[in-house]
Design a protein around this ligand. Structure first.
Ligand SMILES: Cc1cc2nc3c(=O)[nH]c(=O)nc-3n(C[C@H](O)[C@H](O)[C@H](O)COP(=O)(O)OP(=O)(O)OC[C@H]3O[C@@H](n4cnc5c(N)ncnc54)[C@H](O)[C@@H]3O)c2cc1C
Length: 503
């Protein structure tokens, strides 16, 4: 928090959006369309805005339930440069060492886009919808006095103070705003509800855009492969010769030298012989960043402050996909901020609808939170056992883990999956998979039974998140019960203290 320097240039707006990524554009565009005076601050230049480390995979971009608000996704998708051509029809999981190849078809096609072009279109639309955009503006401090009242930044080398009714934090994973705000010093009855995330809840990821000499045979699939730590390597084809290749792992594990590890992987694949890394802005097109691998924050609001996007944990906790979560949480933050400004109430109660929308009204927050137990469970078993388990789990069951829409309620589906596991165990036993991984049948059985236990808790968590309180007054009780479920789940899996993700 800063001490006020009266001589600093000051500008005033109703809503200040920090960040020009997906959440920032959805938030700014939505608040401006609802009539608020909005400024959007982005540290990059106007040319480089939207150039962000990403695997670039995006599903159903024109579905208004997934991308709500005034941003015209049809117009973006129909722009050829964005490359949203629906080329992806399946996910594939390859464990080459074990000769495992799982194919998970999509019901409707997905896309691997040019994320820079996509990001530029979002920024253009936000500008067209009335947002004032300041590029080359690095936010480096927060102004607070009972509530968050603004930010300080360096714009084109000069210090500027931005004052506002509400600040929307969309500065991405491990947002600097969350280090700068002194949440405990804000005025909220009974204490501020905002949950500050821990760094171990994030992952680190890196990607390159590579051009191969010849078309790859998996041009219609996004491919994942295991890593020695919790995470995966990916090949996501934009076209049959331009591939987004990358890898990511969770920060509660030993760090991996990402670029070297990727290089070693690519060297093992003949299609990448003589492949070249694309260039962007006169440099090799390679980027790394953090991303959230946790459930959405318990509460994303504080007085005068809302968080959305990766910094609010709206990423899928297993796959790391966060474009959709960023868009709809950005929309929610923008809508809530504009309403709170119009109502003259930017307290936590006045901003509460942001939490409620994500968990209940829209529901994506609940679906994401209900996938997090799989992340907790997977983090507690060794990688060889995890690989053995992935090898024996049938495709339908894997789909349930990596998606948010599949749910295996039906008894006959569960039975056929049980039989599928049995068949796969027998065939992998014969082919020597478990011996190769040095995994005993006892260890595999224990992991599978932990997985079954986890599935029952997925349902328990989902029911509890659907009951997220509509008003702030009921939050403490809801949170106490959620924390009780956490402890019960950790006990059921017999986790030690280091594996209890949120304790
Ligand atoms: C390598 C990698 C691969 C991924 N692959 C996929 C994928 O295939 N599909 C998918 O759906 N998701 C994927 N994700 C996740 C997805 O990219 C993020 O969830 C999404 O970008 C989050 O959007 P956001 O708007 O919250 O944050 P960001 O996109 O990170 O935007 C934050 C913005 O804030 C700006 N900013 C930060 N600090 C400041 C400051 N102090 N002052 C001013 N501006 C600031 C940044 O420059 C940036 O423009 C991946 C993430 C990574 C790292």
């Amino acid at each position: 928090m800063t001490t006020i320097d009266e001589s600093m240039a000051t500008e005033a707006y109703e809503v200040i959006v920090v960040g020009g990524g997906i959440a920032g554009c959805f938030a700014a565009a939505t608040a401006a369309s609802a009539g608020a005076e909005v400024v959007q601050l982005e540290r990059k230049s106007a040319d480089e805005g939207g150039f962000i480390a990403c695997g670039d995979a995006i599903k159903s971009p024109t579905d208004p339930k997934k991308y709500p608000g005034p941003i015209d996704m049809d117009a973006i998708v129909s722009d050829e440069a964005v490359l949203a051509d629906g080329n992806i029809d399946r996910i594939e999981w390859w464990d080459e060492e074990l000769s495992v190849r799982k194919v998970l078809p999509y019901d409707t096609n997905s896309n691997v886009i040019d994320r820079y072009e996509f990001g530029q279109r979002l920024l253009d639309q936000a500008g067209d919808l009335g947002v004032t955009q300041h590029y080359d503006t690095v936010v480096n401090d927060v102004v607070q006095n009972g509530r968050v009242e603004g930010v300080e930044a360096i714009r084109d080398g000069e210090p500027v103070r931005y004052e506002g009714e509400v600040v929307i934090d969309t500065a991405g994973a491990q947002s600097i705003m969350q280090d700068l705000v002194e949440y405990d010093a804000l005025d909220a009855p009974g204490g501020v509800t905002f949950e500050k995330p821990h760094y171990t809840h994030f992952g680190s990821a890196y990607r390159e855009i590579i051009e191969t000499e010849k078309p790859v045979e998996y041009a219609n699939a996004i491919v994942g492969k295991p890593l020695e730590e919790m995470g995966y390597i990916w090949y996501f084809p934009r076209t049959d010769r331009v591939i987004n290749v990358g890898l990511g792992f969770q920060m509660n594990k030993e760090p991996i030298a990402l670029a070297d590890r990727l290089k070693r992987d690519l060297a093992s694949r003949p299609e990448f012989d003589r492949a070249v890394i694309d260039e962007k802005f006169g440099k090799k097109n390679k980027l790394g960043a953090a991303l959230a691998l946790r459930r959405p924050l318990d509460s994303m609001v504080a007085p005068g402050y809302l968080a959305a996007g990766c910094g609010a944990g709206t990423t899928h906790p297993i796959t790391g996909k966060g474009i959709r979560g960023a868009a709809l949480s950005g929309y929610s933050a923008g809508r809530t901020a504009a309403e709170a400004v119009a109502d003259g109430d930017v307290s936590e109660s006045g901003l509460w609808n942001h939490n409620y929308y994500l968990y209940v009204e829209h529901g994506e927050g609940t679906k994401l939170a209900a996938r997090d137990p799989f992340n907790v469970a997977a983090g507690s078993i060794g990688i060889p056992i995890l690989r053995a388990m992935t090898a024996v789990l049938p495709e339908e069951e894997l789909r349930e883990i990596v998606g948010t829409e599949t749910k295996l309620d039906d008894l006959s589906a569960k039975l056929s999956i049980g039989l599928g596991v049995l068949k796969n165990v027998v065939s992998h036993y014969r082919s020597g998979t478990f011996e190769h991984l040095d995994v005993s049948m006892g260890e595999l059985y224990e992991a599978l039974s932990g997985f079954r236990t986890t599935r029952t808790y997925v349902d328990t968590y989902e029911d509890h998140y659907w009951a997220y309180p509509e008003s702030r007054e009921d939050y403490a009780d809801w949170l106490a019960e959620r924390n009780r479920i956490d402890e019960e789940f950790y006990d059921a899996l017999d986790l030690d203290s280091s594996e209890r993700k949120y304790s």
